[in-house]
Design a protein around this ligand. Structure first.
Ligand code: MV4
Length: 425
């Protein structure tokens, strides 16, 4: 299959451009917006004779309108149908649809119309509650409300933040789940109604900004019946919405309780851990599905084997609120060996621009057991050399060394608490 890469003026030297058969600049213009320049992207696809566009995991991947525009130009958008992207992009709608499908959701409400309604609802749901922006996801426009007297302020500020960020101020309410784990399920669906799950990923190691830092599959200490119910719900949900292509259902898990949170209608950054433990090339599957091919296998054919962990290597100062670091990478040496995978666009001499996400590499380690995967990851991180900017490598090593991580007993509070404890000493 021949490939055409697009690039902006800031990353024409990026490895994705070198690896592709052709490369086209979708700038010039304000650099961070190049990858959102739909007319330039569509023109490039048409001029180079593309059949399909893979949107990656940012920018336009969850833009239903972009999916429609591709179709209008006879281009295959490698992703689910625009209507499904739109339904899952509205978080209150997604929750309503999942509830219909019999998926366990967090106790709460649909869209709230007033502070008064919010106050009444919170009495039923029970404090503490969370207000969430329906256009949000990832925590923008989210507010914890502990007591009735705090509701008015929280409602006003959540609504204002959502309106400012998304031009949609609508919010809904959920019961606040305390000390949950973030566990997500990978799914694939073809255009013939076949749906499979490829297990789960534990993504509970997150920065205070809700960005993931370390992910693993399978989730440690997940009771087998909880795991089965998560995977079964994910497949049922996908059948219910007619989901096609790759997707992820995010859940909060607390003890035996599971709560659907959001569905991501794209391939995610952390998909390599799933690829390693299921021996499946998810991006290849995305392309096959978009080309109209059937999955060609069933759930029984998919066997989990071993354990995989991913560490995100970001150009960031982990000691300083993970503040992004721009600059030239004066020396870059990545690890190798059996069971080690590196996904990256950088090499010695790369200029890391200040415009994009600060992730510069993903290091993924596979092992027959979780212990083996951790040991291999530690070796791989120590073998890695990145000079010229600060990175998250040392922070990842620090996390891997903690008893909580080694024992696999951590939840979403783990990294923020570790950072606060470190800062106090
Ligand atoms: C929650 C929650 C507790 N209870 N919802 C954070 C970002 C957005 N995707 C949803 N988030 C949360 N929703 C209820 N009802 C806790 C979080 C949350 C969180 C979730 C996953 C991973 C890390 C997190 C860090 C802080 C809060």
């Amino acid at each position: 299959m021949r490939t055409v890469a697009i690039f902006s003026e800031a990353d024409r030297e990026s490895l994705h451009v070198r690896h592709a058969d052709e490369g086209f600049c979708v700038g010039p213009g304000p650099v961070p917006r190049s990858y959102l320049n739909i007319p330039n992207i569509i023109s490039t696809a048409l001029v180079t004779g593309c059949d399909a566009i893979h949107p990656g995991y940012g920018f336009l991947a969850e833009n239903a309108r972009f999916g429609e525009i591709c179709a209008d130009h006879g281009l295959t958008f490698i992703g689910p149908k625009p209507a499904v992207i739109a339904a899952m992009g509205d978080k209150a709608t997604a929750k309503r649809v999942m509830k219909e499908a019999g998926v366990a959701t967090t106790p709460g409400t649909d869209i709230l119309d007033s502070v008064e309604e919010a106050k009444r609802a919170a009495e039923t749901v029970g404090y503490p509650v969370l207000l969430k922006a329906t256009a949000g996801g990832g925590g923008k426009g989210m507010r914890v409300v502990e007591r009735p007297e705090d509701m008015e302020r929280a409602y006003t500020s959540a609504t204002a933040e959502a309106e400012a960020s998304f031009k949609d101020g609508r919010v809904y309410m959920e019961k606040l789940i305390l000390h949950p784990r973030h566990i997500e399920v990978q799914v694939l669906g073809d255009e013939f109604g076949n749906v499979v799950s490829l297990g789960e990923r534990d993504c509970s190691v997150q920065k205070p900004s809700h960005q993931k830092l370390i992910e693993e599959s399978p989730a440690p200490h997940l009771p087998e019946k909880v795991r089965e119910s998560l995977l079964e719900m994910a497949v049922r949900a996908c059948r219910h919405v007619g989901y096609t292509n790759a997707g992820t259902l995010e859940f909060l898990v607390s003890g035996e309780n599971v709560y659907f949170m959001e569905m991501n209608t794209r391939i995610q950054v952390e998909h390599p851990v799933t690829e390693m433990v299921y021996s499946v090339d998810l991006v290849k599957e995305q392309i096959r599905i978009a080309a109209g091919e059937a999955l060609g296998y069933t759930q029984r054919d998919l066997q989990l084997r071993g354990h995989a962990i991913e560490c995100r290597i970001n150009a960031e100062d982990a000691r300083n609120n993970f503040s992004p670091q721009a600059g030239t990478l004066t020396r870059v040496v990545f690890p190798g060996g059996p069971g080690v995978r590196v996904d990256t666009h950088v090499y010695s001499g790369t200029m890391v621009p200040p415009y994009y996400d600060s992730m510069i590499a993903k290091i993924v380690a596979f092992g027959a057991s979780r212990e083996a995967a951790i040991a291999r990851m530690e070796r791989a991180l120590r073998e890695t050399v990145i000079e010229g900017v600060n990175t998250t490598i040392d922070m990842c090593l620090e996390i891997l060394a903690t008893p909580q991580f080694r024992e696999g007993r951590y939840d979403i509070g783990f990294l923020p608490e570790m950072l606060t404890a470190g800062a106090a000493t």
